[in-house]
Design a protein around this ligand. Structure first.
Ligand code: FAD
Length: 283
């Protein structure tokens, strides 16, 4: 996948989440059918922080890979996992022909005690990456944070751990969502100086409802620039206008990134194929 993707200067990929309930799979498959018609370079599938729903991630990634013949990337978190758990998920993925993972630490799950969190087997994504590199044949990607990870002491320390991820075997980074491209440009410049040589894919989340700001965006720790805050204030009470303005904002972000030489874009598409299609036709 890496070879094909980075042979070109640009790529487009999507992130989806697996269904929470068993009876939601059919609908999720329909969503994936529509997304694959947009011919993404790959589709990534999220993973529950505690690992309890890993089978659903594998099932959805398998559908993407084997039924839609689109490259699938499975997210994998280690915060609640032992080495055996990680090897078991690896076997499940390999059995269905999915060989690319996004290796993450994950956030502390709600049902995990502080003691369990402090004694976790894999303290950081770097430990998972090293383990996967030494024990599996998986292609490994990792996360990065244009505005630094909320727990990081400084941008410099975050960049040093990012370099460690690369040294441990990560072949590509996908960035946390951001709304101000200037943050991303500053970040990639610093990453370059810190010795990051592998591709950094820009993560874009279209904001189509103000609720997203209160949930996903706050959790991610991304800042909301005045322009986007004004859009939310102006159209917050009018869902159709908010959706339209949010999609336009994402399109402008992507166009500007591409104009400035950032070719690799990952859309956090929240299982919304219509919105994703609207963006794809305008970038
Ligand atoms: P780490 O890289 O371990 O970083 C966490 C903190 O520890 C940072 O402050 C970092 O600077 C520091 N650090 C890193 N390495 C070391 C080290 N060796 N020693 C000391 N400190 C270190 N969450 C999910 O639950 N499921 C998903 O599917 C999911 N997908 C995501 C996809 C993307 C593209 C991104 C950006 C995030 C995703 N997340 C997901 C959220 C992610 O799990 C959280 O942001 C989590 O808090 C950190 O995970 P990480 O892998 O970035 O952690």
């Amino acid at each position: 996948m890496f070879k094909d993707m980075f042979a070109n200067d640009s790529s487009l990929s999507f992130e989806v989440f697996p269904p929470k309930k068993d009876d939601e799979f059919e609908n999720c498959y329909k969503v994936l059918d529509s997304l694959s018609e947009l011919k993404p370079d790959f589709i990534s599938v999220t993973y529950g922080a505690g690992g309890s729903r890993s089978k659903k991630t594998v099932e959805i990634a398998s559908y993407i890979q084997n039924e839609l013949h689109t490259d699938a990337m499975a997210h994998m978190t280690c915060v609640g996992s032992t080495s055996e758990d990680i090897l078991a998920v690896t076997r499940d993925l390999e059995a269905v022909g999915v060989n690319h993972v996004l290796a993450l630490r994950g956030d502390k799950p709600r049902d995990m005690s502080d003691e369990q969190f402090n004694q976790r087997v894999f303290p950081h994504a770097t430990d998972l990456i090293r383990f996967l590199n030494e024990n599996t044949k998986l292609d490994i990607s990792a996360s990065c944070y244009p505005e630094k990870h909320p727990e990081a002491m400084s941008m410099d320390s975050d960049l040093a751990f990012m370099k460690m991820k690369q040294d441990m075997g990560a072949k590509m980074f996908i960035s946390q969502l951001f709304f101000d491209n200037a943050d991303f440009y500053r970040f990639t410049e610093r990453a370059d100086k810190a010795g990051i040589t592998i591709p950094i894919v820009a993560g874009i989340m279209p904001i189509t409802s103000t609720k997203q700001i209160g949930s996903t965006v706050t959790l991610a720790g991304s800042s909301v620039p005045k322009k986007l805050a004004d859009i939310c204030a102006r159209y917050g009470e009018s869902p159709d206008d908010m959706r339209k303005a949010g999609i336009e904002y994402a399109i402008d972000q992507i166009r500007d990134l591409r104009k400035c030489g950032v070719g690799h874009i990952h859309i956090y598409c929240m299982n919304k194929p219509k919105m994703t299609a609207e963006i794809c036709k305008s970038i």
